[in-house]
Design a binder for this molecule. Sequence first.
Ligand code: KG4
Length: 337
Amino acid sequence: MIVLGIETSCDDTAVAVLDSEASVLANVVSSQDKIHQRFGGIVPELASRRHMESITPIVNDAISRAGITLNDIELIAVTRGPGLIGSLLVGFCYAKSLSYTLGIPYVGVDHMAGHLLSAFLEHSTPAFPYIALIVSGGTTSLFKVEDFNRFDLLGRTRDDAAGEAFDKIARYLELGYPGGPVVSKRAEGGDTTALHLPRAWLEEGSLDFSFSGLKTSVINHCHRIMQVDHLTEQQIMNTCASFQQAVIDVLIEKTSTAAQINDIRTVVLGGGVSANRSLREQMSLRCGNEELDLFLPSVENCTDNGAMIAFAGVQQYWAGDRGANDDDVYSRSHLGR
Ligand code: KG4
């Protein structure tokens, strides 16, 4: 079955083509980073306008790279939520129209399901059940994944997502956007123990996250220094390193606890923040020490892409799911507790 995957939940217009073996024939991502850079964050109206301009050329590009024609497509999988409503609507309406025009089915996919299954786009794939840590600009969540269509939410952030905290710290320090890559680059030259920053463990046994207190601590720390002097380059690097380490400590500890509590030996990472080199290294070390099998998808498959949506969509289709004409998008994930 040839599947077209469309993802427009946030600021990337992403389209992929998968074949019946779930091999990726094309995976095209058009980034909007340059548009949003000068605002230090995503401007929703600009994001949806850009999706409108990009969607047709990106679909055409993906189809031509895959070496197929529109008429070869047998199923369309499209992100239905969560995300920015205006952005989601562009991809969702496009997919519904295309499905109607071509006379083929479509399925609406939860963006989180795409991240949770993105490890299946790699050569070596995890066995069920596994613990998945999904950590991006829009979410930080822990799931128990039972099979291709059964996801148990174990914990999620109560305020900022980890990537959002990276982006906000970068904006405060005027380092650029997106914040994750620039903060992690500065962190390389810093001391992770220079600042004493809080880790929000929350109630005993809780697998929820909270990053807003950490973000406020970092801002207060910098603000105190900046009242008398500007931050030196070394102070900026120390701040980035200490902040990044505080985020990583909590992500690793809670993932390990989730595996222990559920007696599961396999861990999968997903979402844009899992591109973070220190997180990958430290998570590998910890999983090695605890004899957990860790699956770290490539950076291309961790960040938003159409292939993960196509893959999750096929699983839903085989389980009997079909999109209806009057289905709508949604802003909060449906994969709940
Ligand atoms: O999953 P993603 O591509 O998009 C959504 O959030 O939906 O993730 C983007 C997020 C941004 O917040 C970005 O700052 C963060 O991932 N990110 C990183 C790194 N690369 C991207 N955070 C920490 N370290 C990185 N190397």
